[in-house]
Design a protein around this ligand. Structure first.
Ligand code: 13P
Length: 253
């Protein structure tokens, strides 16, 4: 079964309401002529509602950048999975490296969020990736395995099929230093091997694994043509509709 590539824009903590709506409109407009690729935009929580209204009924899906694992209650400042569903979200990014490294999220916390997201009907985009120090110490695959095992613990095969994994080497995020297609492919291949070991070959072939980290229109095609790269999680370049759509143009389908 061929995997449909997913190109998702992680807008991070950027834009204001007017700019978010304008960007969503431009992406929706340009996406109308795209087929065979899935698109998503992930605005900050406070713009999910207005951006959701723009993308509703279009080829562009809505995603959030985080959530809390509890369904409701006294958790000041947090947002639940059902609240995201209420706003029309299909995806939620979990365990992004900025949340792991700046906000101190652990694999255990991320795992709770993954389970809660799936229980609510969301598809989690679960991020893994090594730091530069870890890569230079030759620990890349060990770190990926540890994050895979921790963040994705306890999932049935049926649940795993709804998960998207995003490989985002920390040293490539926002730095302009993109992983080479070979470096990315090696880790994507390893992740697929881990899936096959834990589940089976068929499931491993069905799960989508995105690459993220300084993806731009100029380097997208080469990355997206790799056999185990099934899309991109795009930061900076997703803030400009033309650049985002330039990346989409590099997708294979
Ligand atoms: P950049 O594309 O800005 O490097 O960010 C990647 C990222 O973190 C996407 O989640």
């Amino acid at each position: 079964m061929a995997r449909v590539q997913l190109i998702a824009g992680n807008w991070k903590m950027n834009l204001d309401r007017a700019a978010a709506v304008a960007l969503a409109k431009a992406v929706v407009e340009q996406a109308a002529s795209v087929s065979g690729v899935e698109l998503a935009v992930c605005p900050p929580f406070v713009y999910l509602d207005c951006v959701g209204k723009v993308v509703a009924g279009s080829a562009v899906a809505l995603g959030a950048q985080n959530m809390y694992h509890q369904p409701n209650g006294a958790y000041t400042g947090e947002v639940s999975a059902s609240m995201l569903c209420d706003l029309g979200c299909k995806y939620v990014i979990l365990g992004h490296s900025e949340r792991r490294h700046i906000l101190g999220e652990t694999d255990q916390q991320i795992n709770k969020k993954v389970h809660a997201a799936l229980a609510a009907g969301l598809s989690p985009i679960v991020c893994v990736g090594e730091t530069l120090e870890e890569r230079e110490a030759g620990r890349t695959l060990a770190v990926i395995r540890e994050q895979f095992e921790g963040s994705l613990a306890g999932l049935s095969a049926e649940q795993m099929q709804k998960v998207v994994i995003a490989y985002e080497p920390v040293w490539a995020i926002g730095t302009g230093k993109v992983a080479t297609p070979q470096q990315a492919q090696e880790v994507h291949g390893e992740l697929r091997k881990l899936l096959a070991e834990r589940y089976n070959h068929q499931l491993a072939e069905a799960v989508r694994i995105q690459y993220g980290g300084s993806v731009k229109p100029e380097n997208a095609a080469e990355l997206l043509q790799q056999p185990d790269i099934d899309g991109a999680l795009v930061g900076g370049a997703s803030l400009k509709a033309d650049q985002f759509m330039g990346i989409v143009a590099g997708a294979k389908f």
